[in-house]
Design a protein around this ligand. Sequence first.
Ligand code: APR
Ligand code: ZN
Length: 372
Amino acid sequence: IDQPNVITCKAMVAWEAGKDLVMEEVEVSPPQPLEIRVKVICTSLCRTDITAWESQAIFPRIFGHEASGIVESVGEGVTEFVKGDHVLTVFTGECKTCKHCESKKSNMCQVLGLERRGVMHSDQGTRFSVKGKPVYHYCAVSSFSEYTVVHSGCAVKVSPQAPLEKICLLSCGVAAGLGAAWNVADISEGSIVVIFGLGTVGLAVAQGAKLRGASQIIGVDINPEKYEKAKCFGVTDFLNPNEYNEPIQQVIKRISGGGTDYSFECIGNTGMVTTALQSCCDGWGLTVTLGVPKTNPEIASHYSAFLSGKTLKGSLFGGWKPKSDLPSLVNKYMNREIQVDEFITHNLPFEDINKAFTLMREGKCLRCVIHM
Ligand code: APR
Ligand code: ZN
């Protein structure tokens, strides 16, 4: 039997909050029981990587969670994957046996859910080291490395025909937006929708709303450069809050005839959650949150919003159960039922990953795909 060995490869390591990543030779342990080691092919930069890199305290660390790759080796007890399988990594796994995995109402796996401490689910250890010093993981994925180890429940096997350099976007942002529109909000035909934040996540919501036949899709963003791209995903009206003297929710109420059916927060700004709630209509107005705030995690709202029948609903990964649902989303892409390529504004080699951070922080990109 082939026993997998330690691999030495290149990884972009974050040593300090907010400081450029540094390319290092890292040692990647063999996969432990129920884990797989993956050769990362492409990883795209998501805003949440930046938020965590700027604001969290766990270092040194390898970020990256939106990725595609090929299985290099499998740990003991893995029956679902073999070497050579094409996979998407996922930051929230599916164990298929916990109460939430068994429920149709949730994708909040209690065993392989969002990992916040920078370690592996199974033993709270890390699989990376630089010169003998452990390096922490991010969301149990850590795709800013040529090889990474993930739990087999945090990877999804996909068709080998699907282009890995495109479908990596379905491992987080684009899937999260589509799922928020379809699974969480369940937008109905003819609806009026407002989306706060026209990055990849917000524009994926727009695409989902358009495919459901929404009649008006209002996009709110402070960066006017987002408008052209937004049109191609179905946004019909563009509002820049900086161009109005009145609160933007008043403008939205006016142009939507009393408030929208749905509003989506895709910025990561809790103040905007309040604005989104104020922008939807009485009775059935539904606000869905997708953003991940860096600061001020508390949400403020006057209870009158709820007395008038509005609903505030959270979401993670668009309500998708990754293993059960992602392969069909990849097939939808292959059948040209959903757009993914259009979100890719830049392709960069691995060593230029810091450029991707700069582009995103300056609001100059949707998704940068990093080719390993
Ligand atoms: N008002 C309106 N728009 C804003 C504001 C604001 N105060 N602040 C930022 N924006 C816009 C930006 O101009 C940008 O177009 O929000 C958009 C955010 O998009 P990206 O930075 O590209 O982020 P994205 O990857 O789409 O993620 C959005 O979802 O998954 C979470 O952590 C992620 O919180 C983030 C959110
Ligand atoms: Zn589970």
